[in-house]
Design a protein around this ligand. Structure first.
Ligand code: GRG
Length: 295
C-alpha cells in the first residue's frame, strides 16, 4: 500500500468516527467542537504513524481492520499533540498542514478542548467493541499507548523541550527529549503493528528497535528540514528552531553531520529488518521515506 492510500483510508475513518450521525451513548456532540476536531485532524498530513501500524501489522499477518482502528486512534493522539503544540502558550503557530491552526480558525479555548477531545477519542476507538481484537491485546495496546503519549513519553518530552529553551541540554539530553516527544509515538506504531499480528518476542523487540531508530531519524530529518526547507513545502513555518535558540542536533553538529547520520540510521534500520524472516520490503521503503523525506 502507498502512503497516499493510507492517508485516504485514515481520512475516511476519521470522518466516519467524527460524524454527527454517530452518537455512541452520548447525549449530544457539540457541533462547533466537532468541527474544530475535524479541522485539527482532517486537514491532510502524511499519516506516517498510521502507515507504520498498517504495514507492520501486514508483515505479521495481523487483521487489517484492527490495524486501521489502532492507526486511527494513534493519529487522533498525534493530531491532538499538533493542535496543542500550536497554541500561543506553546509553539504559537498560525500555520499547520498549509491551513490556519485550530486556535486561529476557532479560538484558544476551543482548540484546547478539540485537542482534549481527540486525545480521549483515541481510547474510545481503541476500546470499542468494533475493534476486532481480544480484550488482552486491547489492554496491552491501550496501556502502551498511554505510556507512549503520557508523562514518560510525548507529554513529558514536550515539557523537556519547552524547558530546553532555558536549560540548553547536551547531546544526550537532546536525544532523550526527542525520543520522548516525537520518537515514542513512532516507536508505538511499529510495536502496535507487531502486537496486532503474530510477532514472536524477538520480532517484537526488533520492531521496537526499528521504531526507535526511525523515530530518531524522523526528528533529525525534521530538524534538518527546519533549516533547509520552506513554509510552502512543509505546510508549516520553518526556521523556528534557530529563532527560538532551540537545542537540536543540527544546531549542535551542523547540516552535513545530520545528513551523514541519517544515512547511518537508515542502514541500521534496514539491518534490523533483514534479521527477521518476514516480508518487510514496504517497511524498508518507509524507513527510506522517513529518513530522506523532503517535507
Ligand atoms: C502538546 C503534548 C504536546 C505534545 C506536542 C509532537 C509534538 C509534541 C510537537 C510537534 C512539534 C514538532 C513540529 C515536532 C517535530 C516533529 C513532528 C512531530 C512533526 C509533525 O509530524 P508530521 O511531520 O506531521 O508527521 P503531519 O502533518 O504530516 O502529520
Amino acid at each position: 500500500m502507498k502512503l497516499q492510500n493510507t492517508a485516504k483510508l485514515i481520512e475516511q475513518e476519521l470522518k466516519t468516527v467524527l460524524s454527527e450521525d454517530i452518537l455512541q451513548g452520548e447525549i449530544v456532540r457539540p457541533d462547533h467542537l466537532m468541527q474544530a476536531m475535524r479541522h485539527g485532524s482532517l486537514n491532510g498530513g502524511k499519516r506516517l504513524r498510521p502507515f507504520l501500524v498498517l504495514e507492520t501489522a501486514k508483515s505479521f499477518n495481523g487483521s487489517s481492520v484492527a490495524a486501521l482502528k489502532v492507526a486511527t486512534a494513534l493519529e487522533c493522539i498525534h493530531c491532538y499533540s499538533l493542535v496543542h503544540d500550536d497554541l500561543p502558550a506553546m509553539d504559537d503557530d498560525a500555520l499547520r498542514r498549509g491551513q490556519p491552526t485550530v486556535h486561529i480558525a476557532f479560538d484558544e479555548a476551543t482548540a484546547i478542548l478539540a485537542g482534549d477531545g481527540l486525545l480521549t477519542y483515541a481510547f474510545d476507538v481503541l476500546s470499542a467493541d468494533t475493534t476486532p481484537l481480544s480484550a488482552e491485546k486491547k489492554i496491552k495496546l491501550i496501556s502502551s499507548l498511554t505510556r507512549a503519549s503520557g508523562l514518560g513519553g510525548m507529554v513529558g518530552g514536550q515539557a523537556l523541550d519547552l524547558a530546553a529553551e532555558k536549560t540548553a541540554p547536551d547531546e544526550a539530553g537532546i536525544l532523550t527529549l526527542q525520543q520522548m516527544k516525537t520518537g515514542a509515538l513512532i516507536r508505538y506504531a511499529c510495536e502496535a503493528g507487531a502486537k496486532i499480528g503474530d510477532a514472536d518476542n524477538f520480532e517484537h523487540e526488533t520492531m521496537s528497535n526499528f521504531g526507535r531508530i526511525i523515530g530518531q531519524a524522523f526528528q533529525l530529518a525534521d530538524d534538518l528540514l527546519d533549516v533547509t526547507s520552506d513554509a510552502k513545502t512543509m505546510g508549516k513555518n520553518t526556521g523556528k528552531d534557530a529563532d527560538r535558540g532551540k537545542a537540536t542536533l543540527v544546531a549542535l553538529h551542523g547540516a552535513d553531520w545530520a545528513r551523514a547520520k541519517l544515512v547511518e540510521l537508515a542502514e541500521e534500520a534496514k539491518t534490523l529488518l533483514h534479521g527477521m524472516n518476514r516480508d518487510t520490503k514496504i517497511l524498508e521503503e518507509t524507513a527510506n521515506f522517513v529518513i530522506f523525506r523532503d517535507r
